[in-house]
Design a protein around this ligand. Structure first.
Ligand SMILES: Cc1ncc(COP(=O)(O)O)c(C=O)c1O
Length: 393
């Protein structure tokens, strides 16, 4: 019996386990030095001034949108080819959510579609307040144009880089994703299948001192202990004193998670290279199959390796191929069911056909296993199964 090949999995070594055990033996399980150390490591790595660790990537998106002033009557745009969290961030705050279709070559927002939609929205007097641009699969193709369009139209740009910690920009490979001069903030996720993990976890990076200060408060009930910010402190108030200035949440990352994050940061370069080399190898091994392969690049963090069946070259259906792989214990997956087709968003007025590129992408896409611990033998098994299913059907 073959072993199971998941579509992704975490990389945990003895150093990670020791780091977590050390934290468990220490004085602080939360609100201690590990969270700050993880933030400092992430900020230095990305090259951005501020990093704010939070409980997960969804909380990161929610907080950023709140910190940027989104609220009832506001409007957020994102792309349908993402996890629902990218859109829900707007809904938590009572804002309206709309979508911009994708470029099927990249799976991310199509800059041409964005340009046309912004022009129309401008003419109708309802431009979005925030655009959440998703770096689908870890890619950043076309992002410079997206950023320039947001700047030109006065739209706040947030990068949902849940897939892209460790990626660099396609238009500027010297610059890590999260450090783009035109974006207001970038969010990451450290769910186990992402570039690095803290079990659950997220991070926001921003260049703005003001936004960073506000986000730091919002993730901890809207409370501050900074004497410089106090408005109602009395002469005899001691170290116990704090003030709540905003309606925040408990979205903190705990120190056990952060200790794992600090340890995972030590191997980020090796984790990135392992994913990139798997992607290069797939590109070589799958070149002759009736599949559209993702654009080749070493800039991506390759969170996902998404191929698309080409219906003009094969009669094999995505479902048949998925089942065939599952039959061999190869757990391919599908990313994503377009958000606007979810029953929740249909109730808000979306319908099938609204974003045809995303819907077509969904009908034919398949995420093949890719993760740093994947061996050549594992990958060869995936390729052999695809060969068999597509060429000897
Ligand atoms: C694109 C995208 N954004 C946001 C999230 C939310 O991240 P988290 O699971 O850490 O809340 C995910 C999670 O998979 C995601 O894929």
């Amino acid at each position: 019996m073959h072993s199971r090949i998941p579509y992704s999995r975490q990389t945990i070594d003895d150093a990670d386990i020791a780091a977590v055990a050390d934290c468990l033996r220490s004085d602080f399980l939360t609100q201690g030095p590990q969270t700050r150390a993880f933030e400092e490591a992430a900020a230095a790595y990305v090259g951005c001034e501020h990093a704010i660790a939070v409980s997960n990537g969804t909380a990161a998106l929610h907080l950023v949108c709140q910190g940027l002033g989104l609220g009832p009557g506001g409007l957020l745009w994102t792309s349908p080819n993402s996890f629902v969290a990218s859109a829900n961030a707007g809904r938590y705050l009572g804002a309206d959510v709309d979508f911009v279709d994708i470029d099927p070559q990249t799976g991310s927002i199509d800059p041409d579609a964005l340009e046309a939609k912004l022009a129309k929205a401008g003419a109708e007097g309802r431009k979005p307040d925030i655009l959440i641009a998703v770096h689908f699969a870890g890619h950043s193709f076309g992002f410079d144009r997206v950023a320039a369009l947001c700047a030109e139209h006065g739209v706040l740009l947030v990068e949902d880089a849940a897939h892209a910690f460790g990626a660099v920009y396609e238009d500027d490979p010297q610059c890590k994703v999260g450090n783009h001069p035109l974006s207001a903030a970038t969010t990451f996720s450290f769910h186990p299948l992402k570039s690095i993990t803290t079990g659950e976890g997220g991070m926001i990076v921003t260049r703005s001192d003001m936004l960073a200060r506000e986000l730091g408060m919002l993730r901890s009930h809207g409370i501050t202990k900074d004497p410089a910010l106090m408005t109602h402190a009395r002469q005899d108030d001691g170290d116990w004193y704090y003030e709540q200035h905003l309606l925040g949440f408990n979205y903190r990352m705990c120190d056990i998670q952060a200790a794992l994050g600090v340890s995972q940061m030590q191997k980020i370069d090796a984790l990135m290279e392992a994913r990139r080399s798997r992607a290069r190898r797939y590109a070589e091994l799958l070149a002759d199959l009736p599949l559209s392969l993702p654009l080749a690049t070493d800039c991506s963090s390759w969170h996902l390796y998404v191929v698309r069946l080409d219906p003009t070259r094969t009669q094999v259906s995505r479902r048949a191929l998925f089942d065939r792989l599952r039959g061999e214990r190869i757990e391919a997956h599908v990313h994503y069911i377009p958000i606007h087709t979810q029953p929740y968003y249909r109730k808000l007025g979306s319908t099938s056909g609204d974003f045809p590129q995303s819907e077509h992408y969904y009908d034919y896409c398949l995420s093949l296993p890719i993760y740093p611990l994947m061996s050549d033998e594992d990958q060869d098994r995936v390729v052999a199964c695809l060969n068999d299913a597509l060429l000897h059907a």
